[in-house]
Design a protein around this ligand. Structure first.
Ligand SMILES: [Zn+2]
Length: 245
C-alpha cells in the first residue's frame, strides 16, 4: 500500500483523497492537500441539487481538522462552484465542512467535547483557536445536541441553586434524575427560594439547606418548559455541582 493510500485511509472522508505528495509539515503544523475523487458529481451548496460538472473552482482554502499525531492539522482544499439550474452559481456542498467554515465538522465536534471537560479559555489556549470561535462552536453543538434529545416528560425532578455572583446573581438548575442530565438552567437576580416556580411546587419546595423536597411532583416538559404538578413519585435533593462556565 502506497503512502498516499495510507494517508487517504487515515483521512477517512468518503469520496476524497490525499493528492500526490500532499502531506507537508510547516513548523509545528501539518497541512494535508486533498481533492475530490474522480468520477463523482457535485451538489449545489444552497438547495442540494445534483450537478454533473463543476463551473469553476474557489481559491485554495485551509480548513482546520483533527490533530495528526499530536500536531495541529489543516486540510488544504479547492472547493468547486457549480452552476445550479435553481440557484445559479454556488459553492458545492460537502458533508464534512459547512459553507465558508474554517473548521471541519468533526473538528468542531472535538472542540465541543473538550468544552465539556474543561473551560472554554483552556480549550482555546490548548488548541490555539480564538476564544470567540470556541464559544460559538460550543453553543452550536450544545444547541444541536438539545435538538436531538428525545422530548418526554420529566418524572423525577432535582433542583439545586448556584450563586454565580453572591447576593447578585443566582442560577437554578433543574435535573432530570431519571435521565441523569441537566434539564434546565435559569439565571435570576434573586435566590431560588423566592421564585414563583417554587411556590408552584408547594410549601417547603426550596432547594439547599439539606432539606429534601417531598410531596409535590413536577413534570417538566422540555419543549414547553412548564412546571405542572402531577400525582405519584417524588422529588429528591441532588448534590450541588460547580458551574463550570
Ligand atoms: Zn441550487
Amino acid at each position: 500500500m502506497s503512502l498516499r493510500t495510507v494517508c487517504t485511509e487515515l483521512l477517512g472522508i468518503q469520496g476524497w483523497e490525499v493528492v500526490p505528495d500532499g502531506v507537508r509539515i510547516e513548523g509545528e503544523r501539518v497541512v494535508v492537500a486533498i481533492r475530490r475523487r474522480a468520477g463523482r458529481g457535485y451538489r449545489c451548496g444552497r438547495c442540494g441539487t445534483g450537478v454533473l460538472f463543476a463551473y469553476d473552482h474557489e481559491p485554495v482554502r485551509q480548513i482546520r481538522d483533527l490533530p495528526l499525531w499530536g500536531r495541529p492539522c489543516w486540510l488544504e482544499v479547492q472547493l468547486a462552484r457549480v452552476d445550479c439550474p435553481c440557484c445559479g452559481v454556488t459553492v458545492e456542498a460537502v458533508e464534512w465542512v459547512e459553507p465558508y467554515a474554517r473548521q471541519t465538522l468533526r473538528y468542531e465536534r472535538y472542540l465541543a467535547q473538550l468544552c465539556g471537560i474543561m473551560p472554554v479559555l483552556d480549550v482555546a489556549e490548548l488548541e490555539g483557536v480564538d476564544k470567540n470561535t470556541v464559544y460559538r462552536v460550543d453553543r452550536k453543538w450544545l444547541a444541536r445536541r438539545a435538538e436531538l434529545r428525545e422530548s418526554r416528560p420529566v418524572r423525577h425532578l432535582g433542583i439545586d441553586e448556584i450563586a454565580i455572583k453572591k447576593r447578585h446573581r443566582y442560577a437554578t438548575v433543574f435535573y432530570d434524575l431519571d435521565r441523569r442530565g441537566g434539564a434546565r438552567v435559569g439565571a435570576t437576580s434573586q435566590p431560588a427560594g423566592s421564585q414563583p416556580v417554587f411556590s408552584a411546587l408547594g410549601q417547603g419546595a426550596v432547594p439547599g439547606g439539606g432539606g429534601g423536597l417531598h410531596g409535590p411532583v413536577a413534570t417538566l416538559s422540555e419543549q414547553r418548559a412548564a412546571l405542572l404538578p402531577t400525582g405519584g413519585g417524588g422529588v429528591r435533593q441532588v448534590p450541588r455541582v460547580p458551574l463550570s462556565r
